[in-house]
Ligand binder design. Structure first.
Ligand code: NDP
Length: 275
């Protein structure tokens, strides 16, 4: 039997990750099995898993970091883990979400992120993974707004650049002016809600990005178009790119993501955001 990998999260029934990794494995000639494991108890599920590596999705990314024997520098910096690699002393944790987003925006969409005044909505596992990578990609200021203010404050503290990173409240949004990049990293639209966002946040030079994809991305992308944003991009490309980075950590081969992305995009609207 080939090597064994799994995605742990709740819910994960609609996850595209098994499909994406099967396509990568076929392309790279790697014999591997990748399944989605739906669990509310990550500690127990991981203890019962004897595979070689794993992906972690919501709501477990923070807990996963705590369960690792060692962490990569980027996982340590953001405190959340989406990739586990079996190592001698236990799990080694890494985070490929940030690189996945930046690769999608810069390689696939040919965007220059440098100098962009950026608004990040959310401070959960996804937001924490992408924030350091956006800063490293050269964005200018980063404003972070989250429903639970303690979490946006904590993320700003962890990022540790007080002159560049500013936690704010949803109530502050009307006064913040226009952004060059607006990133929705909330899971609000999974429950059919979109936080109230003034259209003054976006304009003709704004790129709006939703980490969600498929149906869950529709409300935010519709808001971006109504606000005359230059581009409205969903999280499907990021999903494929972060998966490719995980695959490379496990197998030492970075797959070609173009064909896999094109195949998924062909029926994107019917997809359920689940990673
Ligand atoms: P978490 O559960 O860790 O965090 C959820 C975030 O959404 C928190 O900031 C939470 O705020 C906020 N939120 C939830 N409901 C509402 C609401 N009604 N109004 C305002 N804010 C709300 O999830 P993740 O960060 O892991 O995932 C967030 C989204 O990003 C998901 O849709 C996920 O699919 C997507 N994602 C996509 C990836 C990709 O590769 N494309 C990778 C990672 C994530 P609070 O702190 O107040 O609870």
């Amino acid at each position: 039997m080939g090597r064994r990998y799994a995605l742990f999260g709740h819910p994960v029934a609609h996850s595209l990750s098994p499909r994406i990794h099967a396509a990568f494995a076929e392309q790279a000639g790697v014999d591997m099995d990748y399944t989605a494991i739906d669990t509310e108890d990550l500690d127990a599920a991981l203890a019962a898993f004897d595979g070689d590596g794993a992906n972690i999705t919501l709501p477990h990314k923070e807990r996963a970091a705590a369960l690792c024997a060692s962490l990569s520098a980027r996982a340590r910096r953001c405190g959340v883990v989406n990739t586990l690699v079996r190592a001698d002393g236990g799990w080694h944790g890494d985070n490929t979400d940030g690189l996945g987003l930046v690769r999608d925006l810069t390689d696939r969409h040919r965007l220059d992120l440098r100098g962009r005044r950026t608004l990040l909505l959310g401070a959960g596992g996804g937001a924490r993974g992408v924030a350091p990578a956006l800063l490293d990609a050269g964005i200018a200021e980063l404003f972070i707004v989250n429903r639970t203010a303690a979490r946006s404050d904590a993320l700003a503290d962890v990022l540790g650049e007080p002159g560049r990173v500013h936690p704010r409240y949803f109530d502050d949004l009307p006064a913040l002016g226009e952004f060059d990049l607006v990133v929705n990293a909330t899971s609000a639209t999974r429950h059919g809600e979109l936080p109230k966002l003034p259209i003054s946040l976006a304009g003709r030079r704004t790129t709006a990005v939703d980490l969600s994809y498929g149906e869950a991305a529709i409300p935010f992308l519709a808001w971006a178009r109504a606000a005359n944003a230059r581009e409205a991009i969903d999280g499907l490309g990021m999903l494929v790119e972060q998966a490719a980075e995980s695959f490379a950590l496990w197998h030492g081969i970075r797959p070609d993501t173009g064909a896999v992305f094109a195949q998924l995009q062909a029926h994107a609207i019917s997809l359920v955001s689940a990673d």
